[in-house]
Each structure stands twice: as structure tokens, then as C-alpha cells.
Design a protein around this ligand. Structure first.
Ligand code: AMP
Length: 279
């Protein structure tokens, strides 16, 4: 695997590859890699000549400095994992190269960011918009791969690609889970053994919510039931649980012909986990 730490050297290398007619698949990450990330690399490898993974913990998308401080950093282990799936290129820039000065640019994704993560993490999607557009400009991939685990991020990036006319194909890949259902996440590394034991209750609750909606329980009742059920479990504190239209992410009252997303964010101690399922 070729590793690049600077934007210039990566771009010089990719220019040559593009001239050779190689198609470029891109997987942006913040590192602390797990099988979820690797599934994106594998999807990219299946469709492209060259797969580039970036690892950059983007400071502009953290609205909470404590969250940024404790975000796991495991570059050496990440490199080993990327080698196991034969990733071609790792791009691991430093913050100064990415942000010689902090951008004043502001993204506003409208209603799409006033709900769910955007509502509870003000400024988060501005940071996501900035870093993803910078990375797209730097790498200029033919295809880019994102996980459905971050459903609202996928919706925001879909808009970004349309609004800024990026000439690339977006691919949304399914959420990879541990055997007990817990969605894989870099943040799982910060759970204590006790918290880890209870963490699958979040996914179990989403499954229960689907059952209730299918027997026509109104969304408001399901939301109340699931939230209080989870809040009663030792160590779990729900930040939001929403039943939303899959495309617009606006709240809905019941299941319909359109795809519905059940989205949750919950704290386990200081660790904040998110998950979603689609019906
Ligand atoms: P992150 O490093 O958390 O910023 O994630 C990098 C990419 O991996 C994003 O597109 C995430 O949606 C995706 N991702 C994270 N966790 C999972 C998972 N469990 N399954 C599939 N994709 C994931």
C-alpha cells in the first residue's frame, strides 16, 4: 500500500494513475478502522482499479472538544487492516495541510440538517460539508463509498454532490454489525465492558420499533415506548429516537409506501452511539 501524508504528493501520484486510465474509488474515514470501514474498501476494490482510503480526524465536524479529544487514534493498526484488504493507497494528511487557515465558508443544508444529528450537533454538517468537498477536490475520485450507518451524512453528501456538480458516483453501503447486532463504530472502542454488554439493546430496540409500527402503533406511541424502555436500561441515555422519511429525513407519523428510517442516538456514559434501520 502506498501511503501519502501530504496533499501535493498524493495529487502528483493520482495524476499519473488517471493518465494511465485507472478508475479511482475513494473511501473517506476518520480511522480507528473496523470491519464496517473494510466493507467500503472491498466495495470500492470490486468496482475500481485503484482504491484510496483517507484517514483524517476532521476537527471542523466536532461540535464538542471533549469528543474530539477522546476520538480513538490507531494509525498503525489501521495500516495493518488496510493491508489485509489490499487497499492501494492511504491518504493521512495532517490538520495543518488540510486547514492552513480555518475556512469561513458555511454550508447550510436546509431542512435536511435541522433534524436528527444536525439538530443535536450544531455545526457538524457544516464541518462534514467542508471536509468532504475538500477531499473530493483533492482526490477527484470516479466513485466514493459511504456507510448507511451515518444515514443523514449520506443524505447531506448526496445534496453536496448535486449542488456542487461533483462528477462522481456515490455508493451507500449497508451497516456492518457485530454478531449481537451492535453497529460497528470506532466509538465502540471507548465502551467499558459493562457498557459494551448493554450496547446491543439499541439495535434490539430498533427491531422492536419496527414490529410495533408494522402492527400500526402510531409513531408518537412507539417513540415514547422505545425511549423509556432504553432509558430504563442501566447506562443508556437516549438523545433522540425519530421515525423519519428516508429521503427527506423529516418525521412521519406512520409507515407508508415510502421508505421509512428509524434513527437513534444514545449516550453510554460519555460515548455517543448512533444507529438506524430502514423499513
Ligand atoms: P468514520 O470513520 O466513522 O467517519 O466512517 C467512515 C465511513 O465508514 C463513513 O462512510 C461511515 O458511514 C462508514 N461506516 C462507519 N461504520 C460503519 C458500519 N458499521 N458499517 C458500514 N459503514 C460504516
Amino acid at each position: 500500500m502506498q501511503v501519502f501524508y501530504s496533499i501535493n504528493t498524493l495529487q502528483d501520484y493520482l495524476k499519473v494513475q488517471r493518465k494511465k486510465g485507472k478508475s479511482l474509488g475513494f473511501v473517506p474515514t476518520m480511522g480507528a478502522l473496523h470491519e464496517g470501514h473494510l466493507s467500503l474498501i472491498e466495495a470500492s476494490k470490486a468496482e475500481n482499479d485503484l482504491t484510496i482510503c483517507s484517514i483524517f480526524i476532521n476537527p471542523t465536524q466536532f461540535n464538542n472538544s471533549q469528543d474530539l479529544a477522546v476520538y480513538p487514534r490507531t494509525l498503525e493498526a489501521d495500516c495493518e487492516m488496510l493491508e489485509t484488504v489490499k487497499c492501494d493507497v492511504l491518504f493521512a494528511p495532517n490538520a495543518h495541510d488540510m486547514y492552513p487557515t480555518l475556512p469561513n465558508l458555511k454550508f447550510d443544508f436546509g431542512d435536511l440538517e435541522r433534524v436528527l444529528e444536525g439538530k443535536f450537533r450544531p455545526g457538524h454538517f457544516n464541518g462534514v460539508g467542508i471536509v468532504v468537498s475538500k477531499l473530493f477536490n483533492i482526490v477527484q475520485p470516479n466513485s466514493a463509498y459511504f456507510g448507511q450507518k451515518d444515514l443523514q451524512q449520506c443524505a447531506i453528501i448526496k445534496r453536496l454532490v448535486i449542488d456542487l456538480s461533483y462528477n462522481l458516483k456515490l455508493n451507500i453501503c449497508p451497516t456492518q454489525r457485530e454478531k449481537d447486532g451492535l453497529a460497528m463504530s470506532s466509538r465502540n472502542k471507548n465502551l467499558t465492558p459493562e457498557q459494551r454488554k448493554n450496547a446491543p439493546e439499541i439495535f434490539n430496540a430498533l427491531q422492536k420499533a419496527i414490529e410495533l409500527l408494522k402492527i400500526k402503533k402510531p409513531a408518537s406511541a412507539v417513540k415514547g415506548f422505545i425511549t423509556s424502555h432504553l432509558d430504563n436500561i442501566e447506562g443508556i441515555e437516549v438523545e433522540y429516537f425519530e421515525i423519519s422519511d428516508f429521503e427527506t429525513l423529516q418525521p412521519v407519523n406512520e409507515l407508508s409506501e415510502r421508505k421509512t428510517a428509524l434513527c437513534i442516538a444514545a449516550f453510554m456514559g460519555k460515548t455517543r452511539l448512533i444507529d438506524n434501520v430502514i423499513v
